[in-house]
Design a protein around this ligand. Sequence first.
Ligand code: SDX
Length: 369
Amino acid sequence: MSELYYPGLENVIASETRISFLDVDNEEIVLRGYDLIELAHKVTYLDIVFLLLNGNLPNEEQYKGLEQDLKREAGLPKETIQLLRLLPKNTHLMDVLRTGISALAGEETEIDDRSWAANYRKSIRLLAKVPQIVADSFRAVNNQDPIEPRQDLSYSANFMYMITGQVPTETEAKIFDQSLIVYSEHEMPNSTFTARVIASTQADIIGALTGAVASLKGTLHGGANEAVMHMLLEAGAVDKMEPLILGKLSRKERIMGFGHRVYMKKPDPRALLMKEALQPLATAKGQEHLYQMCLIGEEVMYREKGLHPNLDYYAAPVYYLLGIPIDLFTPVFLAARTIGVCAHVIEQHENNRLFRPRVLYSGPRNLHP
Ligand code: SDX
């Protein structure tokens, strides 16, 4: 057996998968054979849900069937809504979300059934309920009543409605739907790997997703989008962006929204799509300065560090302009990624080998009490 040690598992192939692949050389994110960015321009998030679960894009009848399944499964048990309101009001919203998702396990009659059909049904229930847990997590810690899902809105419009209490415009719902698509699946990030490691013990899909939530909260991972928005608000003006970033770099601080373990010095294709969405949205909202600040940040980071923005850098101001509370940016990321995590857990359960790596021991030996 070869004993190789790669810190952080950098460039280590952890799984064989038919779900997605980051083709960095060709700057393409492959999703079940399709280019994610082309998909984001041509289909909706529910098409991506069907594709990731079934391996092909849906026809009209299959799309309507998926939409009906999700509407049928929408709604949270009253116990879950009560539970979120029992948590301390200063609870981080990713921790509220993790608690809410974990509590769904008690509602599952087939929790330990790892068959494809049972995992498919559980995935649909999670996709139907996680957006409401996200929206209600904010309302729970702010002493607001829950907003029930509406049956007359699209999946993305309903998600935004449950968060903001307002029905979004068609343009806003389209931009939000595109953001869910580009956040939906991204090969083997830490959170997806976490879920596959959990699933590899034959643990259930809800436990695996709960682990992924804990991982995604970290600012090196999903928490970056909230940190980006706080940085933009800290700068506050176009002429303050460069000095703020240079100051952080001089203190050896990481600039959130830049860099990526896989893309390294190459651009993140998803960031460009959100950048294209941000410009007209900022103009429509009379917030053009946000777009200009982002351009300056991008130019400074490339000049100083040779780094490109990742998806979180441009998704953050888009969410801010759509009226999403900053504390919900990472929970929305998790809701979008729920489909990717479910697809990977299903694949892990179908063709499993327990994850159990070794260590390079550098501690003492031959001690005696
Ligand atoms: C996501 O895996 C995925 O696909 C994740 C994700 C997904 O869709 O699931 O894409 C979502 O998590 C995107 C990343 C969001 N995180 C951030 O934006 C946080 C800021 N980024 C960095 O912390 C960093 O770029 C990471 C964590 C994303 C990647 O770090 P690596 O691969 O471990 O790289 P590294 O820490 O070894 O840095 C290499 C060099 C270092 O310079 P030197 O010390 O060698 O001189 O690049 C520098 C770093 O200092 N560097 C940065 C930087 N990122 C890397 N310097 C300043 N700011 C940064 N953001």
